[in-house]
Design a protein around this ligand. Structure first.
Ligand code: MHO
Length: 177
């Protein structure tokens, strides 16, 4: 077993956290901010949209149990990679589609999956693939947000359908936890 890090920005991190928490082989999912120019940003600053940071999740996974390629495939399946700085009604650079890589190998793998995914979309894919910059963990109340706030409106309307879709598409990869 070797632990590896993967970082994805696919819109609101309440969604991406809840999805990746379902997947076998992922040891931890941490929501946070990355890719901007402000040190230790707060959620309020992120919401203003001028920090340059994206909402991301940083995963620690066992690459003997789940491959990086499989995680990139899940990432592309659970968000819309064709809408620039936007996921549904969430608009702003904090919602951009981005893969922050730890190594040249991850970059090559992410680019290969993206090229494959591109054949399935009519519109061009706008996902950025970059080397991972500094990661800032989000405030505690964003951790396990969907689990803790499943009745909140955004959770029932936006997060729950994404989790359900992921459970359906990736039923073979679900964690038993
Ligand atoms: N539009 C949503 C986004 C939440 S997400 C953590 C809200 O403001 O509730 O950016």
């Amino acid at each position: 077993m070797a632990l590896e890090i993967a970082t994805f920005g696919g819109g609101c991190f309440w969604c991406t956290e809840a999805v990746f928490q379902q997947i076998r082989g992922i040891k931890s999912v941490e929501p946070g901010y990355s890719g901007g120019q402000v040190d230790d940003p707060s959620y309020d600053q992120i919401c203003e949209g001028s920090t340059g940071h994206a909402e991301v999740v940083r995963l620690i996974f066992d690459n003997a149990a789940v491959s990086y390629k499989a995680l990139v495939e899940i990432f592309f399946a659970i968000h819309d990679p064709t809408t620039l700085n936007r996921q549904g009604s969430d608009v702003g650079t904090q919602y951009r589609s981005v893969i922050f890589c730890q190594s040249e190998e991850q970059k090559i793998c992410a680019a290969a999956v993206m090229a494959d995914v591109a054949t399935k979309w009519e519109k061009p894919i706008v996902t950025a693939i970059e080397m991972a910059p500094m990661f800032y963990p989000a405030e505690d109340y964003h951790h396990n947000y969907f689990k803790m706030n499943s009745q909140q409106r955004y959770c029932t309307l936006v997060v729950a359908p994404k989790v359900a879709k992921a459970r359906q598409f990736f039923s073979g990869s679900l964690s038993s936890r």
